[in-house]
Ligand binder design. Structure first.
Ligand code: MN
Length: 241
């Protein structure tokens, strides 16, 4: 990607510049505003972008359909419901439920953001290893692709309960990090931009892999879209410059 200045890049990305939304268009994250940009916007379920069976045999069609249409859609609905609840509180002046509502906002909002990245991180015929600046970053920060893969796989396989394996860009120091995030919002670092995420909630793999999460993590490497990850990396580095 050619160098663009930070202001131009932020302008072109609009409100989607921060965090998990990087590299996504407004249409992929929000329903269209009802009247003007000053109107509140609802979140919407982005299309998968490929067929349910595109990632077979590594991730099965039944899991993909349930995961996208039911689970991800549930996060979108929950996010909009939490926002509606907060709007009600603001209108009525009754803030008794703010603790519960902000908890739902964080839970469903994080779920929506990470699933939206997750679908983009994969493609039919994916796999291999990254090229270009991302490959150099992986070499510098993990000691090579094999070592990165081992660290990410271990982080994903050993998340306690539900969660995510995450490769992220940390803009304060300018480095790549991996996390094993419990649920959606725990054991992550604020300010990091997720580049590559792997859903390790049981709904993501149990139909095909049952309790063999490690086998699912191994299979994931066959469907990673490294071009997408490299694009996110490039945008994240420029935003943090
Ligand atoms: Mn999921």
């Amino acid at each position: 990607m050619p160098q663009v200045n930070r202001r131009e890049l932020l302008g072109s990305l609009g409100t989607l510049a921060a965090g998990g939304w990087i590299g996504l268009s407004a249409e992929e994250v929000f329903a269209q505003p009802a009247s003007s940009t000053s109107s509140p916007r609802e979140y919407t379920l982005p299309p998968l972008g490929y067929d349910y069976d595109a990632l077979e045999p590594h991730i099965d069609a039944q899991t993909m359909k349930l995961h996208h249409d039911v689970h991800h859609n549930g996060y979108v609905k929950g996010l909009n419901a939490a926002l509606a609840g907060l709007a009600d509180a603001q209108r009525s002046g009754n803030y008794d439920d703010v603790h519960k509502l902000t908890g739902q906002l964080a839970f469903h909002g994080s779920g929506h953001a990470l699933h939206t990245v997750f679908w983009k991180n994969m493609k039919k015929g994916g796999g291999g290893s990254p090229k270009g600046a991302l490959a150099k970053g992986v070499e510098r920060d993990f000691g090579g692709f094999d070592k990165f893969q081992a660290q990410f796989s271990k982080a994903a396989a050993t998340v306690e309960g539900s969660g995510w394996g995450i490769l992220a860009w940390e803009p304060l120091s300018g480095r790549l990090l991996t996390f094993g995030a419990e649920k959606h919002q725990n054991l992550t670092m604020w300010g990091c931009v997720p580049l590559l995420v792997l859903d390790v909630w049981e709904h993501a793999y149990y139909l095909k892999y049952q309790n063999r999460r490690g086998d699912y993590v191994s299979a994931f490497w066959n469907v990673v879209d490294w071009d997408n990850v490299a694009e996110r990396h490039s945008l994240a580095v420029q935003l943090g410059a």
